[in-house]
Write a protein that binds this ligand. Structure first.
Ligand code: AMP
Ligand code: MG
Length: 419
């Protein structure tokens, strides 16, 4: 329990609101990595999370090989000052090594990636030599030991190539392949069930009745969850009716590792969403000192984690990115990392009320000198979903800050890879 703090001008906005950091810490404490794992083919490992360390089975490269096309020779054959004449003894091609051993005064033609033969320790690039029949002339000043890639220079046998908790990216798939690894053990994908609540919501493809709006959140959530590569259970729209809500929560709790709803967590909302949640699980209703996305419900519904996101579409997305994403990462066995932020010069004056952290929608680009600049997308209401679509970054304005002056430096969180 936190002690009651004396009121200051900073929490004037809402003294009971939690900060983003407090909410994150609480969510983290309640989120345990999933235990199940499965073995998948290399090709299916992309965006999965490793359940075990992968040790290197072998040195890469496995043998000494040439870094360029040229001639392999022994450094001890180099003349003291002038040029060096060597006898061409054969060739070493990629996949077709020279089988003999290099004798004194000999060299072999060698191609990039081909094994450097026994007796040789250097490669000279082909453009630097002169070939006269069977004689290769190396110029004065030719270096010894150059252009040879050594075994294990890339990866050493026994080293951990990729560690538990690593989310596998395109480079990792290649790295595993370079070890000859065809299958890896990954954490099972979390099952995420979600639904929208609200009597005003209409499904896409249906005609709108008066007073209705289309349910966009469920589709945004679908897309955000796809990006996270989880198992998706779309449970549709649940009307604001007690029986329907109880049934939906009960089903979700029994089938999912995480349940997400949107809407119905604001102060004025039909109380039975809260009642149902309190009855079926251990849920806290938080006001978070942030904009957009103030109300957030979080807790456990049976064995499942529960997030009740606010209904306003921008709030839904912001709370997903800030809170749901790291919780999912932790479920998947990753160590959640705060999204990267950078400093940029703000091209507009921004309105901001002290007391809450703002995540304003911005367009990040570069000025003529290559330095980062950011401009606002315009209207910042949490219902303005087009602001999220136009944005490629959040402009993060600290809780205690007020308006941002044009030209001021601000923190910017790029949304690349998050949307
Ligand atoms: P609520 O959190 O239920 O009070 O909803 C806040 C605002 O978000 C209201 O204007 C709702 O109409 C809107 N809203 C709620 N759910 C959705 C949804 N699934 N898609 C689009 N807008 C929604
Ligand atoms: Mg509602």
């Amino acid at each position: 329990m936190s002690r009651k703090q004396p009121a200051t001008c900073m929490d004037e906005f809402d003294p009971h609101a939690r900060t983003v950091e407090q909410a994150l810490a609480h969510i983290r404490a309640l989120t345990q990595p999933l235990r199940g794992m499965e073995r998948v083919f290399l090709r299916d490992a992309l965006d999965r999370v490793l359940a075990r360390d992968v040790p290197a089975r072998m040195d890469v490269p496995p043998e000494r090989n040439a870094a360029m096309d040229g001639y392999a020779f022994a450094g001890r054959d180099l003349g003291a000052g002038g040029e060096t004449r060597l006898r061409l003894a054969g060739q070493s091609l990629a996949g077709h090594p020279f089988t003999g051993t290099l004798g004194p005064g000999e060299c072999v033609r060698i191609m990039t990636g081909a094994v450097v033969p026994e007796g040789a320790d250097s490669v000279i690039m082909q453009e630097r030599v002169e070939v006269r029949g069977e004689t290769v002339v190396l110029p004065a000043g030719t270096g010894q030991g150059e252009n040879v890639r050594l075994p294990g220079q890339d990866v050493r046998r026994g080293d951990v190539v990729l560690a538990t908790g690593r989310r596998i990216n395109a480079a990792d798939v290649g790295l595993l392949a370079s070890q000859g690894i065809a299958e890896v053990d990954v954490v099972r994908r979390p099952v995420v069930a979600y639904f929208s609540t609200g009597d005003e919501l209409c499904g896409v493809g249906q005609p709108l009745a008066p007073g209705q709006i289309y349910d966009s959140n469920r589709h945004t959530l679908y897309a955000l969850l796809r990006r996270m590569n989880v198992e998706i259970r779309d449970m549709g729209v649940i009307p604001d009716e007690p029986e329907a809500i109880v049934a939906a929560f009960t089903e979700a709790r029994n089938t999912a590792d995480m349940v997400i709803t949107t809407g119905g967590v604001s102060v004025g909302d039909a109380d039975y969403v809260k009642q149902t949640l309190e009855q079926l699980g251990r849920i806290d209703f938080w006001k978070i000192a942030m904009k957009p996305g103030r109300p957030l419900a979080f807790g456990r519904l049976g064995d499942a984690l529960f997030f009740g996101l606010p209904g306003n579409p921008v709030s839904t997305m912001a709370t997903f990115i800030l809170f749901v994403r790291p919780a999912l990462q932790r479920l998947m066995g990753m160590e959640p990392q705060a999204p990267l932020t950078l400093r940029a010069r703000c091209l507009n004056r921004l309105r901001k009320v002290p007391g809450r952290t703002d995540y304003q929608r911005g367009i990040l680009s570069q000025d003529e000198t290559g330095r980062p600049v950011v401009s606002t997308t315009g209207l910042q209401g949490s219902h303005v979903l087009s602001s999220m679509s136009r944005a490629n970054a959040f402009i993060v304005i600290p809780r205690e800050a007020g308006d941002v002056e044009e030209g001021a430096e601000v923190d910017v969180m790029p949304l690349e890879g998050l949307l």
